[in-house]
Design a binder for this molecule. Structure first.
Ligand code: PA5
Length: 477
């Protein structure tokens, strides 16, 4: 069944405005019509790559089908979420990286900005926390505010072998046992279908309610599967709206021409930007609700594109450093650098057509012109004016920037945005001719941690770290 009316869906369509990367506005610092035209073969290749391989688990492209293939899973998630909302005071996600950044982003985007501080009767659901670090202080202080016996813990790990998440699991499982709570009553696992340690743990404990992180879906592309859908449903977020938004964007991006396909256009711009030395990609949402979309995007972009080999085995060292900022806050911090520093950045603004609130500015201080002019406007007008003003200032200084506008922030537009960024990443990876979906560079640090903590099988690595890589006191002052 279609989600809302066509008219409503079209009124919620995301808009990409890329005027400020063109030579019309940036002169010789901008891209010309010819440069866009010259990208046609690469853009065609990227489009075909995604089209031909979508849904293929062996290539980790199962995420393209998530808007369509989860009807029963969603029904199950909604039933579980109803139960969790009724039964628990807190819902805590234990996970890291791709198993945490989506839930954090969606919580911030679609819930009240002070959700946990709202009275229960307004919140209607449990308080919500995502613990994506192993800072010992953070764990202790979480336990100062949540009683494990009154908390549902969603352990999210595809591998069940991630030290951070499994450390948290061990601590919480022990606390539940000590409190006389049946672990199965207070935990839900989201993990691989069959492989991985969480399945073994579930079997040992006689069965823990578990959701599947599908085979062909990597962590950073997993927000629209149970990784993100269960936490969202527990928060009362319209998960069907998110999936409908993703499907809507997928349909828009089914067009081959970059002039009609916003994800392909954004990928083309980013590829050309990288080619012209823009090694830094700034994402600047003008909305506190969108603040952690930047964290989610940073992982998607960095882990997917930061690679040292092409698909045919050539050395490459490609990628672009994502920088997370917040408008207007970072106008008073980083925009000086963006406007006058090196020409190594491209800025993507996330703008909002209509905020949930406008917040009128009261009249006052009429005899102080610096202040008085603000009265009678709204905070919505102010933030939108500052957004436009920053884009103008950057453009005038010859700095590349483009804007994606969400007509409103709601489940449908957020679903569109996530899918737009996922497609953009897949297209860009295809243009770079790399494996967008692996992350070999993350492994080295994981292995070194195993060695330092004495995991069996990592003795040689430990020896190497204590030997040739042992710090030389000469360089320590
Ligand atoms: O994107 C990724 O693949 C990573 O960020 C993983 O999500 C992260 O390392 C956590 O892995 P796992 O889900 O296996 O615990």
């Amino acid at each position: 069944m279609a989600y809302k009316t066509k008219e409503w869906r079209d009124s919620m369509r995301l808009v990409l405005d890329y005027n400020n990367v063109t030579d019309k506005f940036l002169g010789e610092k901008g891209f010309s019509k010819k440069q866009f035209k010259d990208m046609k073969a690469k853009a065609d290749h990227a489009f075909e790559f995604v089209k031909q391989n979508r849904g293929k688990d062996e290539l980790f492209m199962g995420w393209t089908e998530l808007p369509y293939n989860q009807k029963e899973i969603v029904a199950d998630i909604l039933a579980t979420a109803k139960n969790v909302r009724a039964k628990f005071e807190n819902f805590v996600v234990l996970g890291i990286g791709g198993s945490a950044l989506g839930p954090i982003a969606i919580f911030q985007a679609l819930c009240h900005l002070h959700y946990n501080e709202l009275p229960k009767k307004i919140r209607k659901g449990p308080k919500f926390y995502v613990e994506d670090n192993v800072d010992p202080v953070r764990m202790k202080e979480l336990l100062d505010v949540v009683d494990p016996a009154k908390t549902c813990f969603n352990v999210i790990s595809k591998s069940g072998a991630t030290s951070e998440t499994m450390t948290q699991y061990l601590i919480i499982a022990d606390l539940l046992k000590k409190a006389g709570v049946n672990i199965a009553d207070n935990m839900i696992f989201t993990t691989d279908a069959a492989r991985g340690n969480l399945n073994k743990i579930s079997a040992e404990l006689g069965g823990i309610k578990s959701y599947v992180l599908p085979d062909g879906v990597g962590g950073r592309f997993s927000e629209l599967c149970p990784v993100g859908l269960l936490p969202a449903a527990v928060l009362g977020i319209d998960v069907n709206g998110m999936l409908a938004g993703a499907a809507y964007m997928d349909k828009i991006c089914s067009k081959r021409s970059i002039d009609e396909n916003p994800a392909l256009m954004a990928a083309t711009i980013q590829y050309m930007a990288m080619e012209s030395g823009k090694n830094v990609g700034v994402l600047m949402p003008y909305s506190d609700n969108l603040k952690y979309i930047s964290d989610w995007y940073a992982q998607l972009w960095a882990e997917s594109l930061g690679k040292n080999k092409t698909l045919d085995g050539q050395d490459c060292n490609v990628g672009q450093t994502p920088v997370k900022t917040l408008g207007v806050t970072d106008q008073h911090s980083q925009v000086q650098l963006y406007t006058e520093g090196p020409f190594d950045k491209i800025v993507t603004f996330l703008s909002v057509g209509h905020y949930k609130e406008v917040s009128p500015i009261a009249h006052g201080c009429e005899n102080i012109p610096d202040v008085g002019f603000l009265g009678g406007h709204t905070m919505e007008e102010l933030i939108q004016a500052e957004n436009k003003a920053t884009a103008f200032a950057l453009t005038k200084a010859g700095r590349m920037n483009y804007t994606i506008t969400l007509p409103e922030i709601n489940a449908f537009t957020i679903g569109q945005l996530l899918f737009l960024f996922e497609l953009q990443t897949a297209y860009t990876g295809a243009m770079l001719n790399i494996d967008t979906f692996n992350q070999p560079g993350v492994e080295a640090g994981k292995k070194a941690t195993f060695a330092l903590l004495g995991k069996a099988g990592y003795e040689a690595q430990k020896e190497e770290m204590d030997g040739a890589y042992a710090p030389d006191p000469k360089f320590i002052i």
